[in-house]
Design a protein around this ligand. Structure first.
Ligand code: HEM
Length: 378
């Protein structure tokens, strides 16, 4: 999903800052774009626009339109275009954005100035350069596509570029769906691995052959669009699990896990570091990543996420995005205000609407669910 562009003309719903010296100041907040045919009366509430598809369809890997996808392609061997096609796939990065694809491009935190969007790679995710860890995921998907395309072109030498590309893309999207539905979601929701809750076919990996039975549960009468409650609240649970940074790790040594200092170069200067702090890296991602991709990946695989709770790290609460954007913004406040902008109701009403039978605040208290009570009271 992507609802992050402001409307035109821009409407502000700035957030008042309470506090002794700050009384007259407010945190800037732009209202979301919306369908201009809505928002005239309570019977026709404002409907914000999702500018990406609501499906798990790899649009963060390939872009949300054919034009965008074409800009990423090499048009040879079904591959996405790499910076250096003669390197091994596991050493490649996407090619540079020489055609100025319109990525989101805030001022970088350290230089305090806007820099050209052409300094970025060409990837599918418009927001993909926000931090190096998000960008690392895009690079992995890019390499995975090229690896699969390479395998397909070897097993089907008679296929042309288009056929290989589409076959590889279908496989990559299937991997993304599998990881989301069978690996990530059950662990997040702590449900059993049979996934009975979802009415989707069981995924087995028995005897090395992957096997998913045919899904008969598709219902064309269900609107697949992203719900406001999901966009403005539920899916933003992720903001509480973001850690303040990631450790970097060198290649494994016999004696230890190599958590030592690592050399990095940033803005033409050399540094030694053991970890990358999130708030220093916003919109600076590519530099950091190109110099130490494997160390960042090893670090990501070895660092813990923060707890899923009602607490956000200061990197998100006070420094979004770094020091340049006005007095810095607070993502917790923005999330709450976005809920108001999109007209999301309070927690208990939403639960009642979706589950049909939701308990009152007293029931929550009886069940001892302090967190939920706190959220409601805020
Ligand atoms: C470094 C980590 C992250 C940063 C800096 C960040 C920052 C932001 C910002 C600034 C927004 C726009 C807020 C607004 O104006 O309404 C946003 C939106 C959002 N974030 Fe995050 N976020 C991060 C991680 C995550 C994670 C881990 C998840 C979920 C797993 C997540 C889910 C969302 C969702 C669903 C939206 C709304 C997107 C849309 O409607 O286009 N974010 N985030």
């Amino acid at each position: 999903m992507d609802t992050q562009r402001p409307g035109c003309p821009i409407e502000y719903l700035n957030i008042q800052i309470k506090g002794s010296n700050e009384e007259k100041r407010s945190m800037p907040f732009k209202r979301s774009r919306y369908d201009k045919r809505t928002g005239f009366s309570p019977n026709n509430p404002r409907q914000q626009l999702n500018e990406a598809t609501p499906f798990i369809d790899g649009s963060a890997i390939y872009g949300t339109s054919k034009t965008w996808t074409d800009c990423l392609r090499e048009f040879k061997g079904g591959r996405l275009k790499a910076d250096n096609p003669y390197k091994k796939i596991y050493e490649q990065f996407p090619t540079n954005n020489d055609m100025a694809l319109p990525f989101v491009n805030y001022p970088t935190t350290k230089l305090h100035m806007l820099r050209p969007v052409s300094r970025y790679f060409k990837i599918g995710n418009r927001q993909g350069f926000e931090n190096p860890f998000l960008l690392a995921i895009s690079v992995i998907w890019f390499r995975w596509h090229n690896y699969i395309a390479h395998n397909i072109s070897h097993s089907h030498p008679e296929w042309d570029d288009e056929k290989i590309f589409q076959a590889a893309r279908r496989k990559v999207i299937a991997y993304q769906q599998k990881i989301t539905m069978y690996d990530f979601l059950p662990r997040l929701l702590k449900i059993d691995e049979n996934l009975n809750t979802y009415e989707i076919p069981k995924y087995t990996n028995e005897g090395g052959s992957r096997n998913v039975s045919i899904y008969n549960g598709y219902r064309s009468d269900i609107n697949p669009a992203i719900a406001q409650e999901f966009q403005s609240a539920a899916m933003r649970f992720g903001h509480t699990i973001v850690p303040p940074g990631i450790w970097v790790r060198g290649p494994k040594r016999q004696s230890d896990c190599n958590w030592g200092f690592h050399n990095i170069s940033l803005h033409d200067r050399k540094y030694k570091t053991r970890a990358i702090r999130l708030c220093n890296q916003y919109w600076n991602s590519q530099n950091k990543l190109k110099n130490m991709f494997d160390s960042v990946l090893r670090g990501m695989a070895s660092s813990l996420a923060s707890m899923e709770d009602t607490i956000m790290e200061p990197d998100l609460r006070e420094f979004v995005y770094g020091p340049l954007e006005f007095s810095r913004r607070d993502l917790a406040a923005i999330d709450i205000q976005r809920g108001r902008d999109h007209g999301v109701s309070d927690y208990l009403t939403v639960r009642k609407t979706y589950c049909g039978h939701m308990d009152t605040l007293c029931d929550y208290k009886l069940k001892g669910n302090k967190d939920i009570v706190r959220v409601h009271l805020i």
